[in-house]
Design a binder for this molecule. Sequence first.
Ligand code: PLP
Length: 384
Amino acid sequence: MRSLDDFATEKLASLEQAHLRRAMAETFREDGIWTERDGRRLLSFSCNDYLNLSQHPAVKTAAIAAIEEYGAGSGASRLVTGNHPLYAELEGRLAKLKETEAACVFGSGYLANAGIIPVLIGEDGLVLIDELSHACLWAGAQLSRGRVESFRHNDIGHLESLLKAHRGEHSRALIATDGVFSMDGDLAPLGELATLAQNYDAWLMSDDAHGLGVLGSGRGSSFVGNAHVDIPLQMGTLSKAIGGYGGYLCASQAVIELMHNRARTLIYSTGLPPAIVAAAIASLDVIESEIELPGKPIAKAKAFTRLTGLPEAQSQIVPVVLGDAETALNASRLLADEGFLVAAIRPPTVPEGTARLRLAFTAGHPDAEIERLAQVVRTRILLH
Ligand SMILES: *Cc1c(COP(=O)(O)O)cnc(C)c1O
């Protein structure tokens, strides 16, 4: 269709002009940290494989064994015949880790968020969402068809004013936030959010995609510090520190059974391949047995912020905000010439005017390379 291709070509040209056109680069991941791109070997600071478990021998072995036993695919959605025996084991492990009655594994983190919120909130409901929450948390909020109001990033006062103004107009309300913010690396004030949620009878939902396996001895952002924050809806992904694929919700038995009955992204999508469920179980084994592993990515991030003079890292994710998209792209190219893969993050993934480098530290990054990276970032990017 001529009009169709014209439409696509014009859109691409306008993205190009704004330095916002994106392209996929073929990337060969050698191990958890080294990659090959365009014939160059680069140390990656852009993988979310925070514990390098995607390449762990025990995890790979578990996945291969599951293929041998159960086959490559699951054959149908979980409510039909796709609920292979490994699911119950993984869900039991997740619920135990998060101290909830039950858990439900979804096809991905995106599918989890897109499915969960519409089950709980309908047209007459209210969703209050941190403005910097992940795109798929926003997608879930919008799919609910309820009233969606965003509160300023981590601003408890603003959230309370919204609750005061609007809570009474709706039968049900949900507060949604990332636990660790994916592009900023800072943490949500979960304790204060939980208190507010309690006071206004709103249901708190945290997206802990970047917390599981790393924060709180691997148990996630609600386990940081001494007091465990009680959050009724704890969502996360198996695609980052767990090193595989899939999403989950940990909640009460009643909520989980309601998901089985109502979550459209669970009901109308095929179950995960057995291998990926087995891999997640094996990753949890590694995290629970190597107790020093979860703390390593944050220790590396802190070493980097100390060396560069950036504000101290709160998680394994460190943003270097540079402003416009072109500056961020140039910085990313400069780092590639130095042997580092650091993706530039541009709008609409981050707000206009805050294009940045996003560095993700992992357990296996060599300290000497972190020092060299810090030197390049400090002298050739920050001082320019
Ligand atoms: C990556 C991410 C997701 C999506 O998880 P997938 O399993 O990759 O679909 C959800 N929320 C946050 C905060 C994320 O960073």
